[in-house]
Design a protein around this ligand. Sequence first.
Ligand SMILES: *Cc1c(COP(=O)(O)O)cnc(C)c1O
Length: 396
Amino acid sequence: MSTRVSRRRALQAAATLPALAGCTATAPPAPVRDFLKELGVRPVINASGAYTMFTASLMRPEAVAAIQAMSTRFVRLDELHDAIGQRIASLLGAPAAMVPSGAAAGLLCGTAGVLTGKDPEKILRLPDLTGMKTEVVVQKSHRFPYDHLVRATGVKLVEVETREEVEKAIGPKTAMLLFLNKSDPLGQVRMEEFVQIGRKHGLPTFNDAAADVPPIENLLKPIRMGFDLVCVSGGKGIRGPQSAGILVGRPDLIAAARLNTSPHSDTIGRSCKVNKEEMVAMLVALESFLREDHHALYRKWEQWVETIQTPVAKVRGVKTALYVPEIANAVPHLRVSWDTSIQLTPAEAQQKLRDGEPSIELVPRPQFEGLEIASWMLQEGEAEIVGRRVAEVLGV
Ligand SMILES: *Cc1c(COP(=O)(O)O)cnc(C)c1O
């Protein structure tokens, strides 16, 4: 096909497009596209909570508006990042802050910053640790899937259990001490003592509190206690962009973390890019989150759990209980278990809810033998649907 012909065809095709044909003063606004329908992708009722695989939380309308507003402006990205970091730091009472592309990216860029400082040669060299420290000490009970992002810098994790073992593990190779906020009750060395050990040895302490807000106190506590770095997800309880987060801490470490990521091209964290829209939306979401009446929301989530519980508890052979995790996802959940009179495994029940209409997702891997349902990501009217569907699935 010649260029001329293809251009003419393109113009003919364009003339028939509804968007162009409708460009007159009297035309009604174009209908909002139903992308999921167009793509043949089923929407989901999210009774699981803030799980990335079910797209976690819904962005606040103010955050979406911020994305829209920022999408028409050019800016020097570093300058914007400086300003946003300062605002976030002052909102959280932290010495400094940055917006990484999620808590996981915070772990990678923060650890990289600890290893390299502002040394340009070390930044280029990662994950080759020549000339750098090579070990991070962590309590065994604080290992977690996302510590992969710490290991991605090339460091080795050294597992310990007691305070004595922490002290013994610390040596010339030690770069940092790593802590998982939600595992605090499981470890022998508790938060405050952990920070003290870091101070005593002049080593940075890093606390991952990704899924631990609300309540906001879960984030403020490690900051006040003096962890040198603390990260949290932007797209879980704060309801900012899914691909944003917050890393707060010591100004020199935050500066070094930023040098290890976008817009700096030759860096280990270059793929953790955050665009200007997400950066501003992250700040806006945090502002709203801090203003929100958490107690009122909590009561609503409790009521939704009761709404689900009422029909489910009536099914013969079924037991239900309210459950609130201690630190991460510390919001009302409903636990549902049943006796052998119901010939269905929890996995089969979950599959039936997934396959039904509408499709419902519960907590993917409950910590007990049964179903676990979170109400905090539900929308108005959905608790009734979830309660009815769970009762139907278990009632047969
Ligand atoms: C969710 C989670 C992460 C990853 O957070 P993102 O914001 O999705 O990158 C890291 N650590 C923990 C403990 C988490 O729960």
